[in-house]
Design a protein around this ligand. Structure first.
Ligand code: AMP
Length: 197
């Protein structure tokens, strides 16, 4: 199963992707997490992207696409993967399609989690509060100003991706306003339906 999870920041992409990992026994590949690991590891890549991420802007297509290409070549992605946070631009989506085509593969679905913007801001505030309560470190881009920029970035840059996947009949819109369980169940139901179609 090869999946892409799309949706604005705070839509629950990471949470749903983690739940699908167990269901389909495939790894979750989060470009945001890979980049944050590079930043905290102080690697060359991390040093190059830290300021961009702190501003809530997108890292260049070339850098992210190469990172994903290297990752999906690994053995654990042989039977599939769930990409969370990638693609973010039509260029990245085209690069992913080409990467898969070269291996004779295609996506099973691009899942779009649909959530109202007002709810997203509330969820971000809750993520910060929960992280602090657990004694964790809050993401440097989880503050109201940067979050607003990330939402706008999504609307402008990632919005056209929905059309891209719609045209390819790979888009699966899901109501992300429901509870966690209900969202997972709906994703599983739609994927099963598509697999048997
Ligand atoms: P996320 O954890 O998905 O919200 O990503 C956090 C940050 O990492 C984003 O605001 C971007 O700066 C960067 N990033 C993650 N994925 C991508 C991507 N596919 N393209 C460009 N930048 C990305």
């Amino acid at each position: 199963m090869r999946l892409v999870v799309l949706g604005p920041p705070g839509a629950g992409k990471g949470t749903q992707a983690r739940r699908l990992v167990g269901r389909y026994s495939i790894p979750q590949l989060s470009t945001g997490e890979m980049l944050r690991a590079a930043v905290s590891g102080g690697t060359e890549l991390g040093l190059a992207v830290k300021a961009i991420m702190d501003r809530g802007e997108l890292v260049s297509d070339d850098v992210v696409t190469q990172m994903v290409a290297d990752r999906i070549d690994r053995e654990d992605c042989r039977t599939g993967f769930i990409l969370d946070g990638f693609p973010r631009t039509v260029e990245q989506a085209e690069a992913l399609t080409a990467m898969l085509q070269r291996k004779g593969l295609k996506l099973d679905a691009a899942i779009e989690l649909k959530v109202d913007p007002a709810v997203l801001v509330e969820r971000m505030a809750k993520r910060v509060a929960d992280t602090l309560a657990a004694g964790g470190t809050v993401r440097s881009d989880d503050n109201p100003e940067t979050f607003a920029r990330r939402l706008e970035e999504y609307r402008q840059t990632t919005g056209p991706l929905l059309d891209y996947y719609l045209r390819r009949s790979e888009l699966v819109p899901i109501d992300g306003m429901q509870g966690l369980e209900a969202v997972t169940r709906e994703i599983e139901r739609v994927l099963a339906e598509r697999a048997s179609a």
